[in-house]
Design a binder for this molecule. Structure first.
Ligand code: XIL
Length: 314
């Protein structure tokens, strides 16, 4: 029986899963992670709070564990993430910074981490979640202190540290066209015109049955392709209000197939990553109370209708 990775490879794509260090003690979980997927993303291990817990003191042990696991299973790794307003270390958030100070801190963080993982990750989510829903810039510490130019700077610094790695901007709620996705389209166009090293746009694809299906996904992927950019579905999960019913699981399965078909229809959509593969380790219940059942394997690692729909679609 071919795996999801085998099926994706026939289209020249990868099919991956996020994973997180604490889960790796779970033998059956680890076995499926190693066999069904050809790409993994660390769910937390490469974030700023984990990699630079004290200013100038770097700890790559969590990320390295994921990279070593990937090597053992011959999987590719997406680096996630260098610049984000969330999960920052306390030393960074608990004081004020002048622009020159924060610029130096940001450059050092990016270049130290990118150099460490050079040749070990094929892509980086350089900036994560830079825009608000209405397409204005999110007022992160980076935006407020450095202005919108921090994004181009981050991309240039990452490129200097590893000229071969693919550099992405990544966000949620940009699957359909609309103000937020349009903001990325405009920014990407500007950055390309200015010769800034940007190679792809990551669409997180955290969908929820109650909010409707992003019917313009394929068109949206296509317009980024036309700018000369790769795209990827980087954090797919499709949550529902609990309890899960047969009807909801069937609709979820259709949506998993739908996003997969959209990616396969657009040549420069390079691959799909689900945000872990089993409901046992999904981040959804902790963050969206009353919601869950978002992944293709249930809490007992049994395949759900979504899994079979993915097989059909791939
Ligand atoms: C989530 C992790 O899965 C959780 O374990 C953590 O507590 C919070 O972050 N968008 C992203 C990811 O880009 O980094 C987030 O991951 C999910 C939303």
């Amino acid at each position: 029986q071919p795996t999801l990775a085998d099926l994706a490879q026939r289209h020249g794509r990868y099919f991956g899963s996020a994973t997180d260090n604490p889960e790796l003690v779970d033998g059956p979980y680890k076995a499926l992670l190693g066999s069904e997927f050809d790409q993994i993303t660390p769910g937390n291990g490469m974030k700023w709070y984990a990699t630079e817990p004290q200013q100038g003191v770097f700890d790559f042990s969590h990320g390295d564990e994921i990279v070593n696991l990937a090597r053992a299973n011959r999987q590719k790794v997406r680096g996630h993430t260098l610049v984000w307003h969330s999960q920052l270390p306390e030393w960074l958030t608990s004081r004020e910074w002048t622009a020159p100070e924060l610029r130096a801190v940001l450059k050092k963080h990016i270049q130290t981490e990118v150099r460490h993982y050079r040749g070990k990750v094929f892509a980086w989510d350089v900036v994560n979640e830079a825009f608000n829903e209405d397409g204005t810039y999110r007022e992160s510490v980076f935006y407020k202190t450095l202005g919108p130019g921090y994004i181009a700077d981050a991309l240039r610094w990452a490129h200097q540290a590893d000229p071969r790695v693919k550099l992405y901007l990544n966000d949620y709620n940009i699957e359909a066209t609309g103000p937020k996705s349009d903001a990325y389209y405009r920014l990407a166009k500007e950055l390309k015109a200015a010769g800034v090293p940007l190679h792809g746009i990551g669409l997180q694809t955290h969908l929820a049955l109650q909010y409707g299906y992003p019917t313009t996904l394929e068109d949206n992927l296509r317009r980024f392709s036309r700018l000369g950019l790769d795209t990827a579905l980087t954090e797919v999960d499709i949550r529902m209000q609990l309890p899960a019913t047969e009807e909801k699981l069937a609709q979820q399965a259709e949506w998993y197939a739908g996003v997969t078909e959209a990616c396969l229809a657009v040549r420069r959509c390079v691959g799909i990553t689900i945000w872990d593969y089993t409901d046992k380790y999904s981040w959804i219940p902790a963050v969206f109370p009353g919601e869950g059942a978002a992944l293709p394997w249930d809490e007992e690692l049994r395949r759900k209708p979504a899994y079979f729909a993915l097989r059909e679609a791939l």
